[in-house]
Design a protein around this ligand. Structure first.
Ligand SMILES: O=C(O)CCC(=O)C(=O)O
Ligand SMILES: [Fe+2]
Length: 353
């Protein structure tokens, strides 16, 4: 297909902030957003923070089973905590194909969220406190990482708006209060095993992924070919999520990707998912999307990618994105869903998007 991609482009964050190189780099950013939906972001200034965090991952994952069990996601109505240990390890989860569990993870949110109270909307319970493992400095590590990457993400979103000829603050009103951070471990598996199956990131605006030097991440192009996104030292792999796709009226679609499990060594990765506000209703989203779409420089057809899977943002079944997202969590983690939301589990497990 013309205008298709065979590599993941590199965008230099420091050039985006330097007046002498800014326009040229903004145009690379625009192409990456329109044509690929994936890019490597380099020279972000987060290199030390990323190294420090990666260094701790083997020890965190090697904590005794009972320590990890104490912060199991099953304890959390906000779906925070550890996942993949004990009996669930390596057992496929048929309901949600991407979660053929060949990985283990810690799942955190932006710190400082208070407990939900009954006078708040039920979906607001997604935004709850973290469960930190009993490991020296774990909370500080997570706090510092989220703080620095969230600040980079805000700047990045402004630059994306500018690259699309929109005012820098165009997307600010969509930002949620709790973003999500995962520490993920992929133990070695049989050749060509699926680490994470093909999927689009659904719940937010952009993902900022730090991967180690093992490899395995792949991105689907328009021809249906899997393009490697090999490790690039000190970079963050940034990709569009379905939230941004919905806000741009489908002009900037999310891109399908997957992770092939490693065979000889262990892969570690740290994805950060920049959130969308939970109270966003479909009406508000559609009104904003048409406003934004009208102002976007529409890419020529050669650069146009198609939106190919339904997005939970756009389902009329749900009162707002918070409810759609809660449904996604309940279906993806049925054990947690059944425990905290038994009625909703019954209702949502019957529905199709
Ligand atoms: O672990 C990775 O490298 C990517 C994981 C991923 O795609 C996801 O969690 O959405
Ligand atoms: Fe993903």
């Amino acid at each position: 297909m013309p205008g298709d991609f065979s590599t993941v482009p590199i965008v230099d964050f420091s050039r985006l902030t330097d007046p002498t190189s800014r326009d040229e780099e903004l145009s690379r950013l625009r192409d990456a957003i329109f044509v690929v939906g994936f890019l490597y972001l380099i020279n972000t200034g987060l290199e030390d923070s990323i190294h420090r965090t990666h260094k701790e991952l083997p020890s965190l994952f090697n904590l005794p089973a009972e320590v990890k069990e104490r912060c199991n996601m099953i304890n959390s109505p906000s779906f925070r905590g550890t996942l993949g240990w004990g009996q669930r390890l390596l057992r496929p989860r048929p309901i949600f194909a991407r979660y053929h569990v060949l990985f283990l993870q810690f799942d955190f949110g932006t710190p400082g969220m208070r407990e939900w109270t009954e006078n708040e909307p039920f979906w607001k319970r997604l935004e709850g406190p973290n469960q930190y493992p009993d490991y020296p400095g774990a909370e500080k590590l997570v706090r510092n990482y989220i703080e620095s990457i969230d600040s980079l993400a805000q700047k990045f979103v402004h630059l994306v708006a500018e690259s699309l000829s929109l005012p820098p603050d165009t997307f600010d009103e969509f930002k949620g209060s709790m973003s999500r951070l995962k520490f993920v471990k992929y133990p070695p598996a049989k050749a060509l095993s699926q680490g994470v199956g093909p999927h689009k990131d659904s719940a937010g605006l952009f993902t900022f992924l730090s991967q180690d030097n093992i490899g395995g991440l792949q991105v689907l192009n328009n021809n249906g070919e899997w393009i490697d996104a090999p490790p690039l030292e000190d970079s963050l792999v940034v990709n569009i999520q379905q939230g941004f796709e919905a806000i741009t009226g489908g002009i900037c679609p999310a891109t399908t990707h997957r992770v092939i499990a490693p065979t000889a060594k262990t892969r570690y990765s740290i994805p950060f998912f920049l959130s969308v506000r939970l109270d966003l209703t479909l009406e508000k989203l559609q009104a904003s999307a048409s406003h934004i779409k009208a102002r976007l420089p529409v890419p020529n057809t050669e650069k146009r990618r198609d939106v190919d899977v339904p997005s939970e943002f756009l389902s009329p079944l749900y009162s707002c994105f918070g409810e759609a997202h809660l449904r996604n969590r309940i279906i993806s983690h049925p054990d947690v869903g059944k425990k905290w939301y038994p009625d909703l589990y019954e209702k949502y497990s019957q529905q199709r998007l």
